[in-house]
Design a binder for this molecule. Structure first.
Ligand SMILES: [Fe+2]
Ligand SMILES: [Fe+2]
Length: 204
């Protein structure tokens, strides 16, 4: 088994753009419900976009691939809009069933953890559901959870009832600085259509 892992990890990784395209297609194919409104393809596109803004605060590496795999699949287990309280667990199960055979070299434990926990209402210690309040197992990279949570919350302004992202629920420094700025808010006025077009071109 050890030998097998060695061979897998010695393979060159795909370029990031190729990886995003392939994971985008896979995530669309495996998601349970593709007819959602608040959690449609555009929510996935925008959370992916926020993740690409948040990632450069960490050194480039496997974290980029894993965080992208997680964000593109984070709502894959949704069966309906609204709270759908089990969608994190459902999505993690779906991820484990479908993603590893296509991308065996990803950190599946950390990605499934991030997906399973992203909609938890409270941290493991009963406080806000941010990384410092989670009891993260030793084999899990908690930064993936932090990034998925931040990128997902960054898209809250899409909801009409929503006023501001509560920064008490945000993990990473860049997200704390960027969310609620004019640039962030403007995405939801005229910028969002341009963003949709350019990301769809990237994914074509
Ligand atoms: Fe979600
Ligand atoms: Fe989401």
């Amino acid at each position: 088994m050890q030998q097998f892992n060695y061979i897998v990890f010695r393979r060159p990784l795909p370029g990031l753009v190729t990886f995003v395209k392939e994971m985008w297609v896979l995530s669309n194919e495996i998601q349970l419900n593709s007819n959602l409104n608040e959690h449609d393809e555009n929510h996935k596109l925008r959370t992916f976009y926020f993740e690409t803004l948040l990632l450069p605060q960490f050194p480039f590496g496997m974290i980029d691939y894993n965080a992208i795999a997680s964000i593109l699949n984070h709502d894959g287990g949704r069966v309906e809009d609204g709270r759908d309280i089990n969608h994190g667990d459902r999505g993690a199960e779906l991820y484990r069933k479908e993603v590893p055979r296509h991308f065996p070299w990803l950190d599946h434990n950390s990605n499934a953890y991030a997906i399973a926990k992203h909609n938890q209402s409270y941290g493991d210690n009963g406080k806000k559901p941010i990384l410092e309040n989670m009891y993260v197992p030793k084999n899990i990279e908690g930064k993936i959870f932090a990034l998925v949570g931040d990128a997902d919350r960054g898209d809250l302004p899409r909801c009409d009832f929503f006023d501001k992202v509560d920064l008490g629920y945000i993990n990473t420094e860049f997200a704390k600085q960027f969310f609620n700025t004019k640039m962030h808010r403007d995405l939801y006025n005229n910028g969002i259509n341009k963003l949709k077009i350019s990301l769809k071109e990237l994914l074509r």
